[in-house]
Design a protein around this ligand. Structure first.
Ligand SMILES: C[S@@+](CC[C@H](N)C(=O)[O-])C[C@H]1O[C@@H](n2cnc3c(N)ncnc32)[C@H](O)[C@@H]1O
Length: 246
């Protein structure tokens, strides 16, 4: 699935009255769930799933403990999130993804690995950041290979925009990390420009603004496809700092 396949407007947006229409970073894809993914949604959602709610969720209650928390936005099939949650039992991990087959795939992996430090929200991450996560409740955010929306007229759909960066700053505790990766150079430059301009973040890279590949990031299906197409990959890392107004 490439983002080019998703350039048509979503039915969601079409159904929304013009005054309330927002530009979304995704189009709900019709991709069929496998029987195993369907079973995972039915049987494992009660264990790992968190329904979207416009009220801040109590994460201590959700995980049954106090621990540092990481959030992955747009986890796709969940390879990176699953590997991270397994490697870091000391952290609680929250994945947000709108694509149901991907959610089902992650749930199956979570069950096989017997994870207890993972929860999943199947909803627009923008609204989750705005409403469901409390300020400064997260210590680490991953956004790997967000849809690049190649065409110029679709750049407004890209997830990384100034408003989104401030939402990330809102939920990220001071000292927390924001890590991103993309295989699309134009988007990499936009990410760097937009996040560098925020007074809530400082770029962890000394010179170019890009860091070396994050060793913890497994090669996902999406990244492998980029390699086959001869794309480069750009990794970015930022630290949440105290903003002048704080
Ligand atoms: C290009 S894929 C990359 C998936 C994965 N991170 C990887 O590296 O393989 C981008 C994913 O972000 C999801 N996505 C886009 N906008 C989103 C949003 N606002 N909230 C939640 N998920 C979103 C899409 O459904 C898609 O699965």
């Amino acid at each position: 699935m490439t983002s080019e396949d998703r350039e048509a407007p979503s039915r969601d947006n079409e159904a929304t009255p013009p005054s309330r229409r927002s530009i979304r970073s995704f189009v709900i894809r019709g991709g069929r769930q496998t029987a195993a993914q369907e079973r995972a949604m039915a049987e494992l959602w009660p264990r790992y799933g968190v329904e979207f709610n416009a009220q801040p969720v109590d994460l201590d209650q959700l995980f049954g403990r106090q621990a540092p928390r990481m959030l992955e936005i747009g986890f796709g099939a969940g390879e990176a999130l699953l590997a991270f949650a397994q490697a870091h039992p000391e952290l609680d991990c929250i994945g947000v993804e709108v694509h149901k087959p991907g959610v089902g795939h992650l749930l199956l992996g979570a069950e096989t690995a017997g994870l207890t430090n993972l929860r999943v929200i199947c909803h627009d991450a923008v609204e989750v950041l705005q409403q469901q996560l409390a300020p400064a409740s997260i210590q680490l955010i991953h956004i790997f290979f967000p849809d690049p929306w190649h065409k110029k007229r679709h750049h407004k759909r890209r997830l990384i925009q100034p408003e989104l960066v401030e939402l990330l700053a809102r939920v990220l505790a001071v000292g927390g990390k924001l890590r991103l990766a993309t295989d699309w150079e134009h988007y990499a430059l936009q990410m760097r420009e937009v996040i560098d301009a925020s007074t809530s973040f400082t770029n962890d890279a000394a010179d170019t603004g890009f860091v070396t590949r994050n060793e913890e990031r497994p090669l996902t299906r999406f990244e492998r496809r980029g390699h086959r197409l001869g794309h480069g990959v750009w990794d970015l890392s930022y630290t949440r700092i105290v903003t002048p107004s704080q």
